[in-house]
Design a protein around this ligand. Structure first.
Ligand code: PEP
Length: 249
């Protein structure tokens, strides 16, 4: 896939986490069993980026932000810029998460501005795509994903990118896509990315946990996981890392 590790296990804490509990999370992290095969990353809320930057770096965990605005600075009350999250030590920025698309109405035009701003500051987008249940049931999953990936059309293919395929109906619901659905959809996403001139990792997201991670990571075309709920506790996060390292072995 072009870079060193086989799998990326990334945690998305969403709007969860206080300073004390996040420092306790860092203390409770055990050693990554296969650091050369499995990369660990956590995307905490903005307030925790600076305080967690060094503790995570010491434990071999890359830091990510969950969003950014596209401007660098200025009169944009309440917004955080790519420059700021870079300054806080981030490597990744999640963009296109379904919660941002659905609740904050982020569309392709805005996401393109954000992608360009993130790239400009040497950050790596973790670009999320995924279909709603009605779209899967209507058989339009691939069209939806193609439309979401079309934002990448014409962008510089040498810039870093990780994609996360997250069926919206599997996020926070306890439902996961079947291995067949995962393999088929990841094959389509890789194919579409290749058409856009890109080879990159495609993570699966949607109710990944310690119990299902191994079978999901074993699916063809899956290069890791974006994990919400199960990333909030160090033990379940580490169990997912361990599952990925078993598949990598
Ligand atoms: C997510 O928010 O990206 C996610 C996959 O959440 P969960 O693992 O809780 O379904």
């Amino acid at each position: 896939m072009g870079d060193s590790t086989q799998f990326i296990i990334a945690g998305n804490w969403k709007m969860n986490g206080m300073l004390d509990e996040s420092l306790a999370f860092v203390d409770a992290l055990t050693e990554n069993p296969s650091p050369t095969a499995v990369e660990m990353a956590i995307c905490p809320p903005f307030t925790l980026l600076h305080p967690l930057s060094k503790p995570f770096a010491d434990k071999g965990v890359k830091l990510g932000a969950q969003s950014v605005y596209f401007e660098e600075s200025g009169a944009f009350t309440g917004s955080i810029s790519p420059l700021m999250v870079k300054d806080a030590g981030c490597h990744y920025v999640i963009l296109g998460h379904s919660e941002r698309r659905d609740i904050m109405h982020e569309d392709n035009a805005l996401l393109l501005k954000k992608l360009n701003a993130v790239w400009k500051h040497g950050l790596e987008p973790m670009f999320c795509i995924g279909e709603h249940l009605e779209e899967r049931e209507a058989g339009t999953t691939n069209d939806v994903l193609k439309g979401q990936l079309s934002v990448l059309e014409g962008t510089d293919t040498s810039l870093p990118l990780t994609v996360a395929y997250e069926p919206v109906w599997a996020i926070g619901t306890g439902k996961t896509a079947s291995p067949e659905q995962v393999s088929e959809t990841h094959a389509f996403v890789h194919e579409e990315l290749a058409r856009l001139g890109r080879t990159c990792k495609v993570l699966y997201g949607g109710s990944v946990n310690a119990g299902n991670a191994e079978s999901l990571m074993a699916c063809a075309g899956v290069d890791g996981a974006l994990v919400g709920g199960a990333s909030l506790k160090a033990d379940s996060f580490m169990e997912i890392v361990a599952a990925a390292s078993r598949v990598a072995a």
